[in-house]
Design a protein around this ligand. Structure first.
Ligand code: PEP
Length: 246
């Protein structure tokens, strides 16, 4: 089944009001590439100003709390990011799994909160280098996917991002064959979890995607787009990746 590609950026803990100028170039490139969906997840403080700066462009959050409100100091809920102008959130990024001890159950609850409010979730899974070296990459990734998969998921609301932890921010990437193999295993797991709708769910690749390697990674079997960290911070680096997905 032909799936429309999604090229999404993740600014992580980077960016300020001045950096929003980059969004104008990115949004213009998105308009010029109608065959690909483009989105950027920004730090919570930038959601509202980003949404105001590039109306009509898809802005998201990098994380959410599963509850709508309550005694959770420092956390941000789905209704809050929606009011600020976000239409999706990343959940389960490996940096949050590692830095904040997020479990598969936490990730699942966050994704379910987004789905409850009709917001899109990009759910991240990926193995560490030790797990890959031990030959466990597929088992780890599909295990994470099953354990963090939200109840009620549907392809219109959820995308999966395969992000090998060892490839994030390192300049290292798996081979195209390795990416295709893991994406194939993810697709098979989705079929098991979702039945027919699995064929419509997008599975993105993330981890050191650049202008140079985007075409080959986006061309790998079962790759429906990219989740891009460092190279999403400037239009100069991100626009060629959008174009590779178009
Ligand atoms: C990410 O943070 O999701 C990511 C893929 O980062 P980078 O592109 O910098 O490796």
């Amino acid at each position: 089944m032909a799936r429309r590609k999604l090229v999404a950026g993740n600014w992580k803990m980077n960016g300020d009001l001045a950096a929003l100028a980059e969004l104008e170039g990115i949004a213009a490139a998105a308009v010029a590439a109608p065959g690909v969906d483009v989105a950027i997840a920004v730090p919570a403080t930038l959601i509202a100003p980003a949404a105001a700066r590039v109306p009509g462009f898809t802005i998201g959050a990098e994380d959410v709390h599963p509850a709508d409100k309550g005694a959770h100091t420092g956390c941000i809920s789905v209704p809050m990011i929606r009011e600020a102008g976000a239409s999706f959130s990343i959940v389960g990024h490996s940096e949050r799994r590692a830095d904040c001890g997020e479990t598969d159950a936490d990730v699942r609850a966050k994704a379910e909160a987004l789905l409850r409010h009709g917001m899109h979730a990009i759910l991240c899974v990926g193995e560490t280098l030790a797990e890959r070296d031990a030959g466990q990459a597929q088992a780890v990734v599909t295990g994470q996917l099953r354990a963090s998969f939200p109840d009620g998921a549907a392809s219109g609301w959820l995308s999966i991002a395969y992000e090998p932890v060892w490839a994030i921010g390192t300049g290292r990437t798996p081979t195209v064959e390795d990416v295709a193999a893991i994406h194939g295993a993810i697709r098979a797991t989705l079929v098991d979890l979702l039945g027919d709708d699995a064929q419509a769910m997008r599975v993105l690749y993330g981890g050191s995607v650049t202008a140079e390697n985007a075409a080959s990674l986006l061309g790998a079997g079962d790759v429906d787009g990219a989740l891009v960290g460092g190279a999403s911070l400037t239009a100069a680096k991100f626009v060629p990746i959008i174009d590779a997905g178009a």
